[in-house]
Design a protein around this ligand. Sequence first.
Ligand code: SF4
Ligand code: SF4
Length: 314
Amino acid sequence: MLYNRLGKTGKTVSKLCFGTLTMGPFQRDLSVPEGAALFERAFGHGVNFLDTAEIYETYPHVREAVRMKPDVVVCTKSYSYDAATAEASFRKAVEGIGREYIDVFLLHEQESAHTIRGHREAIEYFLKKKEEGLIGAVGLSTHYVRCMEAAIRHPEFDVLFPLINKKGVGIADGTPDDMLSVIRRAHELDMGIIAMKPLGGGHLIEEREEALDYVLGLDCIDTVAIGMQSLDEVDYNCARFSGEVPDPELSERLGRVRRRMLIQEWCQGCGTCVSACRNHAITMVDGIARIDYTKCATCGYCARACPEFNIKVI
Ligand code: SF4
Ligand code: SF4
């Protein structure tokens, strides 16, 4: 396994960060023991870094991972915006994960300088927890170039978690080169960089080799978060992030896996999923929700929001 220093946090993390969204209820909905089997395999390959978020509902899985590997580095994220919501998120994380200390606590999916300003109280709360030694590092995650531009003007941020992949799938306001340019500047400022969605939320699965070559070739990225939900995916990614060539049969099996969201025909047309989708991938057509697959990042947030349990990952 390759390792890097996560910027000024000083923590050494595996270049492969185990993303847990995919094992949670929005996607594969693995039980805690099923998730633990994947963690065990990944830890065996040298992974020492996990990514979760309050919205993923995978704290029970991460709690088990922490029990199995007490020194694992954990990053979580929340949408908290003021002191009260930040306090609630912090409590939920420490109680859910079963640790008094959270290594990396980020504001989830920020969009601009304006939204950073709007979350100032939550940032102050997390920085106070950092001073108290209860949080190791503070920062944000984003799909926006303009938000990265704003974030690098905040020296109090230790870690940034931008979306980057070779085709720019999911970058809300620019090209891969635009995003890369600001990632490089953040890296020069010694901010830790966790890259998200190297496979474009599933859109680049058919180009998996090239898509991973792209992020692995970027020395301004410290670690890459990839959601994994099978032992095959763990074995494949761990091989790639250890500089090894994966077993061709394994690559071939993974090449056959396709994933996408499906809105079932009994949609009631309530529109709740439209506002839940931050990628603006859902519209109402003739009273029925429809997904634009060119915009969908397969995050599963719409499935969670649907009161009819009408949206599935298939
Ligand atoms: S439609 Fe939107 S919310 Fe639903 S999975 Fe796709 S990107 Fe996520
Ligand atoms: S939230 Fe569910 S029922 Fe409502 S429009 Fe979306 S898919 Fe249909």
